[in-house]
Write a protein that binds this ligand. Sequence first.
Ligand code: NIG
Ligand code: FE
Length: 415
Amino acid sequence: MNKTKLIGPFKQIIPMTGLSLKGPISDNQLNIIVDGGILVEEGKIRAIGNFDDLAKNSEGIEIHELQGNHTCLPGLIDSHTHICFGGSRAKDYAMRNAGKTYLEIAKAGGGIWDTVTQTRKASKEALIKRTTKLANRHLKNGITTIEVKSGYGLSVDEELKMLYAIKETNAIVSTDLIPTCLAAHMLPKDFDGTHEDYLSEISEKLFPVLKEKRLANRIDAFVEESAFSAAQIAPYFEKAKAMGFDITVHADQFSTSGSQVAIDFEAVSADHLEASTPKEVELLAKSNVIANALPGASIGLGCAFTPARKILDAGGALAIASDHNPGSAPMGDLLTQATILGTFEKLSNAEVLAGITFRAAAALSLNDRGQLKEGYSADFIGFHTDNYQEILYNQGNFKPCMVWKNGALVFDKHK
Ligand code: NIG
Ligand code: FE
């Protein structure tokens, strides 16, 4: 049995509690625990409050006493990534910056299909190695939960290879990986049949295995002119819903229609939304779908940012994720990207932090993390500062000095 541990004192703990899931949040709504401590038992938070008060009855408790100034946040949650892949798309990036568009590059044989080819060539072990490396990099940046999509296999067997690689990586790394099946990323070029035929094959042959082998509980689709239309995806999502999967959608990246699909199928999230107009913003805000902004894709493609300010002002729930992938979002630094989105979209510190903590947890239907409170997972990170504002002020160039996952110190810069 793990010993009960008290960690602190932190100059500030920002527990991200008591804040609404939807709409704007101002910084003065943030709860700040000064000179705080976190009491951890069996991987969960048993108590959180003033360090000295918690230390009073410390018999039998291991105290992890911090020296110097530290500020504590919940472990960050990256609610949209594609970090399981083979190869590189550095060539796409160079072509794009030389003036070619994302769709032109895809049509010329680059784009998603290039990564599919390279991922199919990779062994499951090679994918595990790569995903482990990237997950560990995210962990050092304070991310204790990462959603990871398949979608570069695009056949029943190759999607299974990816999802097994994600599952096996999850058993190796300290950060939690939440798998999502994105077999509906595009119609594979080697598939002999229509979009509808492909989707039927996937839903008939892959969905039952996902359930049986517990490989994913979430189904995603790229609803876009270059991928699947709203009409094509409807029967696929109907089947997924009937089987009890959560739905999430790559929506409104280049053209609109995806967010309406997300609303119609009561998706947990609609992600991207760079092309959303006031109409989609309004519809999303009225719904229970979390709007997931992916600034890494805007930075990677040189496109507009998701209208995050408008979504919040209309009353929507805004999560922020890295979309880390080899094509459109190669950087993979969530804190940097969330900060930049905040600068361009005029988001408060509280709104940015909400987007990468409890609102991101909601985008993944996780109700045990993203906030620091009793009973929640003891996932938290520390920064060398006495003022939480310094974290975003440094625009991502200020990394955590410690990462705690399920009550264990899994990264310690002091060592
Ligand atoms: O989220 N938009 C579609 N899918 C990915 C891109 C994947 C890729 O380019 O490899 C995205 O941006
Ligand atoms: Fe994506």
